[in-house]
Design a protein. Structure first.
Length: 98
């Protein structure tokens, strides 16, 4: 990890490099994290939350959620099954999280 890597950078990487890549782009991803990379115990707590719940509590800001919903709508606009939920932002958030 780069020098000066902190919790803000960690959370930003979680949003942009992991959850958006998997949730919007439907990319397959392997997350490899070794014990030597633990520079903050909160990283381990976040990983534990991902493993137990599939999400990190309070990860997204309101602006992030709007971007996520719009990105999912754009990515799924040609999917006939998506048309049934395209107006329900809560269902779109749930689709993103699965």
């Amino acid at each position: 990890m780069p020098k000066g890597y902190n919790m803000v950078a960690w959370r930003e990487d979680m949003v942009k490099k992991i959850f958006l890549a998997c949730g919007v782009d439907a990319s397959n991803l392997v997350f490899l994290f070794s014990d030597t990379q633990i520079i903050n115990e909160a990283f381990v707590e976040d990983i534990n939350n991902i493993l137990n719940n599939g999400e990190i509590p309070n990860l997204y800001k309101a602006d992030d959620l709007v971007q996520i919903i719009e990105s999912v709508k754009e990515a799924k606009k040609n999917d006939p099954e998506f048309r049934d939920i395209s107006d329900d932002n809560n269902k779109i958030k749930d689709l993103f999280a699965t």
